[in-house]
Design a protein around this ligand. Structure first.
Ligand code: ATP
Length: 226
């Protein structure tokens, strides 16, 4: 489904990612592991279309999407749960979700909302509440739900457990499990590399923007992941 070949990206003169290549099939899961500043977020941003590649190619279902804007990539099935959640604090839970489904036909809205509420019943309970008043865990669920509203086939999740209590982290992983069971592929970044490696079938390790290892998550060398 996704093929990335020798992707280089960054910010102006700064190169943050020096040549990442990977392939990911439908419903597959990949952990992206590396220390702070390794380029994990930059890579996800390049996949989602928020920063443009300097070179290399991103191919989704056989189509090169390098030059497509973020909104068009969203319409083609790439969803993003960004680092720090970036929910809209002054909108209600439901309004945040509706914004996430903007690219889909209006006729699907109720169905998509129900699907999100099925996976995150707490969002249903809080649907009229301002998103800024939710707990950190609920905000993470909302960020997930908002991305799900666009019916993604590939979900990019940045820093899943950042700042969350262990119980809430478990809930978020359980939700991610449901998405994978529904055939959605996931690329996951989590500061808790053990959790990310345990969840995902494959892994890619980055250091200073360079890919230092890739393979089955179960075989990831501990010396590179801690
Ligand atoms: P972290 O775990 O700290 O989020 P990361 O692995 O996600 O780290 P990135 O955030 O992608 O790494 O950062 C990779 C490099 O790009 C770093 O050197 C960082 O300073 C630089 N960088 C990130 N964002 C920007 C930006 N907006 N402008 C310029 N440089 C940036």
């Amino acid at each position: 489904m996704l093929q990335v070949a020798d992707l280089v990206c960054g910010y102006g003169d700064i190169t943050a990612v020096h040549g990442i290549s990977l392939t990911l099939g439908q419903g597959e899961t990949m952990a992206l592991v590396g220390p702070n500043g390794a380029g994990k977020t930059s890579f996800l941003m390049a996949l989602a279309g928020h920063i443009q590649p300097q070179s290399g190619t991103i191919t989704l279902d056989g189509e090169t999407i390098n030059t497509l804007a973020a909104a068009q990539r969203c319409m083609r099935g790439i969803g993003l749960v960004p680092e720090g959640r970036r929910i809209f604090p002054d909108l209600t839970v439901m309004e945040n979700l509706v914004v996430g489904g903007y690219s889909r036909p209006r006729s699907e809205q109720t169905l998509n909302l129900d699907h999100v509420y099925d996976i995150f019943p707490r969002l249903h309970d809080r649907q009229k509440q301002l998103a800024g008043s939710l707990s950190g865990g609920e905000q993470q669920m909302l960020a997930f739900g908002r991305a799900m509203m666009a019916r993604p086939r590939l979900m990019l999740v940045d820093e899943l457990s950042l700042g969350l209590m262990p119980r809430v982290v478990d809930e978020c992983y359980a939700a991610l499990d449901k998405l994978v069971a529904a055939g959605i592929a996931v690329i996951l970044v989590d500061q808790n590399s053990d959790a990310a490696l345990a969840f995902c079938s494959s892994a890619l390790i980055l250091e200073s923007g360079h890919m230092t290892w890739s393979g089955l998550a179960a075989n990831a060398p501990e010396s590179l992941t801690h």
